[in-house]
Design a protein around this ligand. Structure first.
Ligand code: CA2
Length: 167
């Protein structure tokens, strides 16, 4: 009976380690609308004394602990907010938005947010339900993943946590 031939097998060449490509995490867009640039300067009895710059610093620090990247923008102009929402469609992992008074009026911001396939958290610093009736309705809540309202500026941190839990 023929014996099975034993073939010499050349040792496999060591595979070159693939170049390490670090995936860049998409940022969470933190968007603030009209008049929120005045935070800390007026109406502290409603909005507290924290400035927008301090909120953005706080948000960046919280994001770091959560392993998230953030990009913060504020505008008094509806179209500019919409441009950033559209940018977040492809460039963002989530949106935290305090649209200010546009929350109560803007069909355009509603429509822009409705195009997103990423989590959207609506934030209000004040408890809008304790205030004038015109603040009780939000155009954007129906297209938000969730709403945080009345918890002061900590609401932005909580919104980031909510985004993280949805990713
Ligand atoms: O509570 C909120 O975060 C609001 O989104 C703030 C909006 C208001 O129109 C919404 O009903 C609720 C207004 C932001 C105005 O912010 C100011 C801050 C300091 C001084 C004056 C206005």
């Amino acid at each position: 009976m023929a014996r099975p031939s034993s073939k010499a097998v050349a040792p496999k060449a060591k595979a070159k380690p693939a170049a390490k490509i670090k995936a860049v995490a998409k940022p969470v867009y933190v968007l603030n609308g009209p008049n929120l640039n005045l935070l800390g300067q007026r109406e502290p009895h409603i909005y507290g004394s924290t400035t927008l710059a301090a909120i953005e610093k706080q948000v960046a620090a919280r994001a770091k602990t959560l392993g998230l990247a953030v990009i913060c923008h504020q505008s008094n102009h509806e179209g500019e907010l919409i441009d950033w929402i559209q940018e977040a469609r492809t460039m963002g992992s989530g949106v935290v938005i305090n649209a200010g008074a546009y929350s109560h009026t803007s069909i355009s911001i509603h429509d822009a947010l409705a195009t997103l396939d990423i989590p959207v958290i609506e934030v209000h610093i004040s408890n809008v339900y304790k205030r004038e009736a015109f603040r009780h309705h939000s155009m954007i809540s129906p297209v938000a993943t969730g709403v945080i309202c009345g918890l002061g500026v900590v609401g932005y941190d909580l919104a980031l946590e909510a985004i993280k839990s949805k990713l």
